[in-house]
Design a protein around this ligand. Structure first.
Ligand code: ASP
Length: 597
């Protein structure tokens, strides 16, 4: 009883045909002798009817059916009477009257119902992932993922890019995270590493003359379980030769525009907004601001001197400090408890406290009330017109002797307000909003207190902007790189940079980040060697495919768009991976397990 059609295909015009369907029992209902089965497959759901006059054998088989039995049904397509039409189902105008039925496979009692609204806990969903994958939500998201990947390949190929595979067994080369290692059986004591990204290989492909490369590439990073991370994830890895930063941004805008149009029918602006890293930090307190709402932070510094508030004055006294303010429109009615919740958020980001004032009075004569208003009351008019604050608004302020702390902590308050006030929801017509923004001109180096040295902010292969080349070593902290991030709705969607293609400059960067020259030669010698043979100027970017599909699907976890993800502890509960291996396997690999005390 092989299927002649799928469970999503039949329409009114098919009435009168005899068909065979294969699928799963989604629901079964018995109505005094008549049974209805919602039969489901990847394509949809069709209502199957077992009439009260069905032969005894058919009735007996029907009685046996339980949810998720896999069955075959042969029957006659019949139009439903008008009163029975289900407008919510594409197949809702017909039903199939069963003539023959076969049970292809039975199902045990289910650990949870296969259902979009499934309340099942994540661990259970991952343990029985095959059941979870049958749900409408997972089916829809995996379909979207396939469509996105296809659209990427279609667009990139159309633009003259080659998809080229790079190895998954590579030399262990530090790229920011910890490597996953694969022991070599043939060479005792030696290891391959799984790539954190194809970074070095794509750069070497540029030296190899393939000036437009892309790859939907798997990346592996052995990081501590934090937030929504997966030990393996997928990037749309891209590299181009003979390009400037703007060429890469324009290419990426074209790619995103195509993918959103093709898969969601959503039109994106031809060019995305751009913010420098400095502006992003000053205005939004984050290098991945959510621009679905505006509410920008402002500098309260100019008003500090006239007020009598010592804590604010102290923050600015030594230079390098900041007092930042957020005007929250119409929220002067916020309770003390709500403000305390916001303060708790600010404190996670090292703020000492969250000061506040409320704007009262009239447009012509605004007044400041509550909180720290007593220190600034006399300047209410100047402050309110300077900040664009109106009666009914709430002012939230953070001061710190480190400006970055004031920015980041108030930025976290802004993000919480965005969620609390529902500012990140869909547009007025109910469609999701996608706010892209480029963050450019990142610092090339960051100081690591932990390691007491400069570290590469992105990775060590990024090009310092030309004006800093002469003075790199003198003041690494001031050097800006040709680095860019693409941010979507508050998530970092892609990172990239123009790369170094000059072996001498590359060695200077290794030196600044404190890489021992001998070690640098051992680890990256092959790259600097390649650069000695006519390396073209090049640059690239790598949008995360999981995150892209997650945001397009309106989800908040990448696990929802990966068929077989690991849980938050890097474990796959379905197949119990990672797992122990045989002694023999360890011996073959020249490995012994050392138990720590
Ligand atoms: N390889 C980089 C990363 O994974 C992206 C890039 O610079 O192209 O973050």
């Amino acid at each position: 009883m092989k299927r002649t059609t799928t469970c999503g295909a039949l329409r009114k015009a098919d009435a009168g045909k005899t068909v065979t369907l294969n699928g799963w029992v989604h629901r079964k209902r018995d109505h005094g002798g008549i049974s209805f089965i919602n039969l489901r497959d990847r394509y949809g759901i069709t209502q199957v009817v077992i009439d009260s006059d069905a032969p005894a054998e058919l009735a007996a088989l029907t009685a046996e059916l339980r949810n998720e039995f896999c069955i075959a049904v042969e029957g006659l397509v019949r139009s439903r009477p008008d009163s029975m039409i289900n407008p919510d189902m594409p197949t809702g105008e017909i039903e199939v009257v069963a003539k023959k039925l076969a049970i292809l496979s039975r199902s045990e009692v289910l650990p949870f119902q296969v259902d979009d609204e499934s309340e099942a806990k994540e661990e259970l969903r991952l343990t029985y992932r095959y059941l979870d994958l049958r749900s409408a939500g997972m089916q829809r998201r995996i379909k979207l993922r396939n469509e996105v990947a296809f659209a990427v390949r279609e667009w990139m190929t159309g633009q003259g890019f080659y998809e080229i595979e790079t190895p998954t067994f590579i030399k262990s080369t530090p790229e920011g995270a910890r490597d996953y290692l694969v022991p070599s059986r043939l060479y005792p004591g030696k290891f391959y590493a799984l790539p954190q990204s194809p970074q070095l290989y794509k750069q070497i492909l540029m030296v190899g003359g393939f000036d437009k490369y892309f790859q939907i590439a798997r990346c592996y990073r052995d990081e501590d379980a934090r937030g929504d991370r997966q030990p393996e994830f997928t990037q749309i890895d891209i590299e181009m030769s003979f390009v400037s930063r703007d060429d890469i941004l324009t290419m990426t805008e074209g790619l995103m525009g195509y993918v959103f149009r093709k898969t969601l029918g959503q039109f994106l602006p031809a060019q995305f907004k751009r913010l420098t890293y400095e502006d992003a930090m000053e205005r939004y307190g984050s290098d991945k601001p959510d621009l679905r709402f505006d509410m920008q932070m402002q500098d309260f510094g100019p008003y500090v001197a006239d007020g009598g508030f010592q804590a604010f004055k102290d923050a600015l006294a030594a230079g390098g400090g900041g007092v930042k303010v957020l005007v929250v429109p119409g929220k002067a009615d916020y309770s003390r408890k709500q403000i305390e919740e916001l303060e708790a958020q600010a404190k996670i980001y090292k703020a000492k406290g969250l000061a506040w004032m409320k704007v009262a009075g009239t447009d012509a004569a605004p007044a400041l009330e509550g909180g720290v208003a007593k220190f600034f009351g006399q300047s209410a008019q100047t402050i309110c017109s300077g900040l664009g604050a109106k009666p009914g608004d709430l002012l939230l302020l953070i001061a710190d002797s480190q400006r970055k702390i004031a920015n980041v902590a108030l930025g976290a308050v802004r993000s919480k307000l965005g969620r609390d006030l529902g500012l990140t929801g869909p547009g007025p017509d109910g469609t999701p909003r996608f706010e892209f923004v480029w963050i450019v001109d990142f610092p090339l180096f960051e100081w690591s207190d932990e390691e007491s040295r400069w570290e590469a902010a992105h990775h060590m292969f990024s090009w310092p902007q030309d004006q800093y080349h002469a003075t790199l070593e003198q003041d690494p902290g001031s050097v800006k790189g040709d680095l860019y991030d693409l941010v979507l709705n508050g998530y970092e969607l892609a990172s990239g940079s123009i790369r170094i293609h000059d072996p001498v400059l590359q060695k200077r960067i290794f030196n600044i980040v404190g890489f021992d020259p001998v070690e640098a030669e051992q680890k990256f010698g092959f790259l600097t060697e390649a650069f000695k043979y006519g390396a073209p100027p090049h640059g690239g970017i790598a949008p995360g495919l999981d995150r892209l599909v997650m945001l397009m699907a309106g989800e908040t976890s990448i696990k929802e768009v990966i068929a077989f993800p690991k849980n938050s502890f890097a474990v796959s509960p379905m197949d119990n991976c990672p797992s122990e291996v045989d002694r023999k396997q360890l011996e073959d690999l020249h490995l012994a397990i050392v138990q720590k005390e």
